[in-house]
Design a protein around this ligand. Structure first.
Ligand code: PA5
Length: 463
């Protein structure tokens, strides 16, 4: 199981001004946390609660169908191209980066065991998109278009471009190169998929984009590139069982949610930094930033009061950002809590040869890069303590499917519990919808004419 160490948020370690009396707080919040956990678990099967993501670990049917499809298409494609944005892309990117061999797309077919390369766009930069289209042989590319709503402008524009090219190259057979992941019934992509005859996978009801990585949204791409999705789901299930514990002292998601909430509301630590010490976990930070920001940044609470709350998430990478952001974290405003993620055992070891005897570098010879990374992580933590900066550490035994399943699911539950503590709706995103609607208006979508004229007036004022 994951290990969670939160000693460095306590007053005992970082002083009364910045630290929490955690044992006392665990007592103070014991009933509330227990109520939240019971409540989330009792509401999770009810329609309209957006808690179906808590059941995804147990969805053996999806695992089976996804594996069956992946086996069926194996060998037919050199590339998988995932079209999607936000919650439809970030979880997939994070897990692929963590679990595939590093530099996957640069490896030979043999090194990839004949499995396809994988590309996630997650943007609509024309230069990047054009370059990718030039690079890929579309005939040998499986396109997985993912959108829950079925109408997100970025994803559908990506898809329209790719579909047009595929059709020109392959004629009617192009449909064999498309697989759509979307809502079961609603949305334009569902309609197109039915009319054109695409293979489809379903994003279940009451699963929002940023909580959807363990549905077909993530599982399909993972299976296509050979990630062990059964192990991933085992990690999710084991973590789910552990997080059903209603005692805050034995529930790491509840602990970290409570720590973040108290740090924000009592100690002015409004920024939450996610800093894995592993390049493979780099995109976990991107995924976490979206999860935390869209879920917790809200202007109304559940009673309709204006609150404008939400801790600001920041992504960082160890050791890289020791030479970039740590100066600010140590000496700038004491307004952050740092989440370190550590891996106990890396897959490989790299020796540093004894080739120099100069005092300033000779000490490195005979050690390993692994030792250097660990020493730097420990030193950074101790330096933060010296400066009385709160930090927690989540440790994974290894960066494998089982532990990644645990990590991602733990952070999802942590977010849901934090949302309850803030007393807000964790699962909507009206602030995103607002800009989406303006884009529709600007691009001339029917039904948005009134917004378009109001928007033009606002834009004239702003320029
Ligand atoms: O988490 C979310 O709900 C969002 O980030 C969505 O995933 C994102 O806006 C894409 O939406 P859709 O899947 O409907 O295309």
């Amino acid at each position: 199981m994951l290990e969670f160490n939160c000693k460095n948020v306590t007053a005992h370690v970082i002083g009364e001004e910045n630290g929490l009396n955690l044992e006392q707080e665990f007592d103070n919040f014991a009933d509330k946390i227990s109520h939240i956990i019971n409540d989330l678990n009792s509401r999770k099967d009810k329609p309209g609660q957006w808690l179906q993501w808590m059941n995804l670990g147990y969805n053996e049917e999806t695992v089976w169908f996804v594996k069956e499809y992946a086996a069926m298409v194996q060998g037919r494609f050199d590339n998988v191209l995932v079209l999607g944005i936000g919650g439809s892309a970030l979880g997939g990117m994070a897990i692929c980066e963590a679990l595939l061999k590093p530099f996957w797309n640069q490896l030979s077919d043999e090194q990839r065991d004949g499995l396809p390369k994988i590309y996630f766009l997650d943007n609509i930069d024309p230069d990047q998109f054009n370059a990718l289209l030039d690079l890929l042989d579309l005939k040998r590319t499986l396109v997985n278009v993912i959108t829950k709503s079925g109408s997100t402008a970025e994803t559908m524009a990506q898809f329209m471009i790719v579909k047009d090219r595929l059709e020109k190259e392959l004629g009617d057979d192009y449909i064999r190169n498309v697989v759509a992941t979307t809502d079961k019934h609603v949305g334009i992509l569902r309609q197109i998929a039915n009319e054109e005859g695409y293979k489809t996978f379903v994003i279940p009801d009451d699963v929002g984009g940023r909580f959807s990585v363990f549905s077909a949204v993530g599982l399909l791409p993972f299976a296509l590139v050979g990630i062990d999705i059964e192990e991933l789901m085992q990690g999710v299930k084991d973590m789910d069982l552990a997080l059903k514990n209603t005692d805050v002292r034995h529930n790491i998601a509840a602990q970290n949610a409570l720590i973040h909430y108290l740090m924000d509301t009592q100690k002015g630590k409004r920024l939450s930094v996610m800093m894995p010490y592993s390049s493979r976990l780099k995109y976990i930070s991107d995924w976490y930033v979206q999860l935390w920001a869209e879920s917790l940044g809200k202007n109304k609470d559940l009673d309709g009061n204006d609150v404008n709350i939400g801790p600001t998430p920041i992504k960082a990478l160890g050791v890289t950002d020791q030479h970039s952001q740590i100066q600010l974290y140590n000496e700038g405003p004491n307004d952050k809590i740092i989440n370190f993620i550590r891996i106990k055992e890396f897959d490989t070891t790299l020796d540093i040869p004894k080739i120099f005897e100069y005092t300033g570098v000779g000490y490195l010879g005979g050690k390993t890069i692994n030792e250097l990374l660990n020493a730097e992580a420990e030193s950074t933590k101790v330096a933060l303590i010296d400066y009385q900066r709160p930090n927690v550490t989540i440790t994974l035994e290894r960066a494998d499917a089982y532990h990644l399943g645990q990590l991602i699911y733990m952070l999802e539950v942590q977010t849901a519990i934090a949302g309850e503590l803030y007393h807000i709706n964790t699962f909507n995103q009206p602030g995103v919808e607002q800009a989406k609607n303006y884009t529709y208006a600007l691009m001339g979508r029917a039904g948005y004419e009134d917004s378009a004229s109001a928007l033009k007036e606002k834009m004239a004022l702003a320029q």
